[in-house]
Write a protein that binds this ligand. Structure first.
Ligand SMILES: Cc1cc2nc3c(=O)[nH]c(=O)nc-3n(C[C@H](O)[C@H](O)[C@H](O)COP(=O)(O)OP(=O)(O)OC[C@H]3O[C@@H](n4cnc5c(N)ncnc54)[C@H](O)[C@@H]3O)c2cc1C
Ligand SMILES: *[C@@H]1O[C@H](CO)[C@@H](O)[C@H](O)[C@H]1NC(C)=O
Ligand SMILES: *[C@@H]1O[C@H](CO)[C@@H](O)[C@H](O)[C@H]1NC(C)=O
Ligand SMILES: *[C@@H]1O[C@H](CO)[C@@H](O)[C@H](O)[C@H]1NC(C)=O
Ligand SMILES: *[C@@H]1O[C@H](CO)[C@@H](O)[C@H](O)[C@H]1NC(C)=O
Length: 495
């Protein structure tokens, strides 16, 4: 919470794990995004009320879930849509008493820089015919291909419900989809879909535009994140009324964690001697606040922000062996909200009356300076979903670079307000993907490595639950609940 009073609660070695009241550890997840807030929630669930939880946040709660105001309404500018089968997100919203709204895009078209290669019609029957005409059975087969991957992915919920955890991202993904998933992570979506028999035209004109809108990258991204993206094309997408970031503040509140505004700069392992003379291992976390550098010691630390010099920029001091730096480039995507009228001539429509699209996707053409643009409704309010794009509307534009005035003047025939939010948005995907470890040190965990498979709110929630379960099992020495093989078969017979 920005502006909250900073309370430093030094954890005196005499109190930690003293056994009185069975005090397990107070783990602080730095980072109050969906990953950090979900971690606080799941840690509380596992460790109970006896532990102290600190969440260190350098910015505002929500992280990459963020809204901006325009014309008196609130719009998502970061993570915005949630899949109907994202069960953790669904559970949070229900548990926290938040409301959901379905996300309805206007009619979509795919622009290749010269013309629209595909335009949706308001008649779904005609859409089906058009898809069949243009792409044969590719689109139907795509649903089946994605469905199969989604089915395997859904296994995680059963594993986690039964308290199973994984000590590495590779093991977690392998437990879901076996070598099939490893192969998806080893190749591009282009390669994977070609091998599965999809046409290049379909990949370029249907698959690629979806990758561009979701991850700002083309069909060279790994096939796993590609499939996650394609799953998002299905019906039933939703978002949280008032803004998705409400889930973060809700989870933090429900976990009774204390939010400390500060930037974590370093973490160092320490050994202190308890009253009885036994050594106890702790982590000294140093963070920068508005009143300068300060710190605290903890039994356990979870890092829920992407590591890297340009990202969380946390220095690991005096670890033996040292914690290696792993390459973790993030892709820049700029979100621009524009309240104005689209310049339909830019998209080849001299007669604005003939233009009826509310969402413009693009193919991979270096000439294009945008990834997508679409009419958006205020956060969690589906009311304007069917609004005609020609009237002045709020458009959300995704691009790699910040749009210049000239570019805005090309896209819009007139506009009155513009809001810009640049992000280091998601990993720069480049198969074969290599994953950072989850266990960085004995009681030091890292959640965001799983983003290298795919970045999404639900993925951070899954990583958070896995880390909380793993931390709990390792703390108590429950090795039987970690890295179990053949879980799918085991849980089948357990029914
Ligand atoms: C433009 C855009 C569109 C997206 N669209 C979707 C979508 O439609 N659906 C979807 O599911 N996902 C979407 N995503 C992805 C999704 O938003 C992210 O995967 C998810 O929000 C990541 O959450 P996180 O908690 O893991 O990380 P973050 O949200 O990045 O949280 C990390 C937190 O840690 C804090 N922090 C960082 N370093 C430090 C430090 N040193 N000390 C203290 N605090 C620190 C940050 O301030 C931040 O609050 C989108 C992302 C972007 C950028
Ligand atoms: C994926 O690639 C890695 C090397 O990056 C290799 O070790 C592994 O065997 C590959 N797996 C599959 C299923 O192709
Ligand atoms: C701490 O923050 C202040 C201003 O907020 C900055 O001037 C200083 O360089 C920071 N220190 C470190 C070690 O990051
Ligand atoms: C990362 O932190 C180090 C020291 O804490 C600082 O010297 C460096 O400038 C920071 N890097 C970036 C990119 O902020
Ligand atoms: C609209 O797009 C056309 C075609 O690219 C361009 O010539 C024109 O300058 C743009 N702006 C307006 C306001 O029409």
């Amino acid at each position: 919470v920005p502006g909250a009073v900073k309370v430093t609660v030094p954890v005196s070695p005499a109190v930690v794990g003293s056994g009185i009241g069975g005090g397990p550890p107070p783990p602080p997840p730095p980072g109050g995004g969906i990953g950090g807030s979900a971690a606080a929630y799941f840690l509380r669930q596992k460790f109970g009320q006896g532990v102290q939880l600190h969440v260190l946040e350098k910015g505002v709660l929500g992280g990459r879930l963020h809204t901006l105001d325009m014309e008196g309404a609130t719009y998502e500018v970061g993570g915005s849509v949630i899949h109907p089968l994202n069960l953790h997100m669904k559970h949070f919203v229900k548990e926290l008493g938040l409301s959901v709204a379905s996300v309805q895009d206007g009619l979509a078209g795919v622009y290749n820089g010269e013309e629209f290669v595909f335009e949706e019609s308001s008649w779904s029957f005609i859409n089906l015919l058009k898809l069949l005409w243009h792409y044969g059975l590719n689109s139907l087969r795509m649903s089946m291909w994605v469905e199969d991957i989604l089915d395997k992915f859904m296994r995680i919920y059963r594993y986690q419900m039964h308290d199973y955890a994984f000590s590495s991202n590779e093991r977690l993904l392998h437990a879901l989809g076996g070598d099939d998933f490893t192969r998806l992570l080893n190749q591009t979506i282009d390669e994977a879909m070609q091998k599965a028999g999809f046409s290049q035209k379909f990949i370029n004109e249907v698959v690629c535009p979806v990758m561009r809108v979701d991850y700002g990258q083309g069909v060279t991204i790994n096939a796993f994140v590609g499939a996650v993206s394609l799953a998002g094309v299905q019906a039933g997408l939703w978002s949280v009324k008032g803004g998705n970031k409400l889930v973060c503040s809700g989870l933090i509140y429900s976990s009774k964690a204390e939010v400390i505004p500060g930037t974590v700069v370093s973490i160092e392992p320490k050994t202190r001697t308890r009253r009885g003379g036994e050594p106890v291992k702790l982590y000294e976390v140093t963070y920068n606040t508005s009143s300068g550098l300060t710190g605290d010691t903890y039994d356990m630390v979870l890092i829920a922000a992407p590591l890297g010099r340009k990202l969380a920029n946390i220095t690991f001091r005096n670890f033996d062996p040292p914690i290696p730096e792993f390459p973790n480039p993030y892709h820049q995507t700029v979100t621009t909200l524009v309240h104005g009228r689209l310049n339909t001539s830019f998209f080849g429509y001299s007669d604005p009356q003939a233009f009826h699209l509310g969402a413009i996707f693009t193919t991979d053409n270096p000439k294009l300076f945008i990834h997508s643009l679409s009419v958006v409704s205020p956060a969690g309010d589906a009311a304007t979903g069917g609004k005609l794009p020609l009237q002045s509307a709020v458009w959300k534009v995704f691009s790699k670079e910040e749009l210049t005035k000239e570019q805005l003047n090309l896209l819009f025939s007139s506009y009155d307000s513009v809001k810009v939010k640049p992000w280091l948005a998601y990993p720069q995907y480049s198969p074969p993907e290599k994953f950072p470890p989850i266990v960085l040190h004995e009681q030091l965990y890292y959640l965001n490595g799983l983003e290298r498979a795919a970045s999404a709110m639900e993925i951070s929630a899954i990583a958070a639950r896995n880390a909380a379960l793993l931390a709990f099992h390792r703390w108590h020495g429950h090795s039987a609940s970690v890295d179990q093989e053949d879980l799918h078969e085991k849980l089948k017979t357990e029914l």
